[in-house]
Ligand binder design. Sequence first.
Ligand code: FES
Length: 172
Amino acid sequence: MQNNSIQIAENDNRYLLLDQYIDSYQDKKGISLNVLQKAQSLFGYLPLEVHKHISFKLGVPIAELYGVTTFYSQFTTEPKGKHTVSVCMGTVCYVKKAQQVIEEVSKILDIKVDQTTMDAMFTLEATRCLGCCSLAPVMMIDSDVFANIHDTSEIWGIIKDYKEGSADNDSL
Ligand code: FES
């Protein structure tokens, strides 16, 4: 999905669930973080329309909400795929040619970093050190770690397993 602009309909019943959550608080002061977390768990991401809705409900300026969203890495303003492919671009991985890994993933999925595939299956991310430098270059798909990817031709097989839903969780 080269352009991640999926609109959420105004009558989407997830807004109703969000309102119920907000209304469960008698005192709505200082609950922005909780409400944003709830909204992300409901919608999967936090686009402008969701920020507007929360802003109206809480009486908090949109800019203030965006300040919270952009401060915490747990929040995303773009829709994510079912699987997140994270290629480590930390120093050690970079030296061990992580750039080739990320280029190969990008080519296979036909997306750039921070984009999601048209079928909403994969999001590609470049990350900082994943804490396992001795295994560089390293990539993760969700919580599964793939180490020592010196031969980029093996990446297609790895991704194919996730496409087909046959990936196990014991890949290290
Ligand atoms: S630099 Fe990639 S795991 Fe540390």
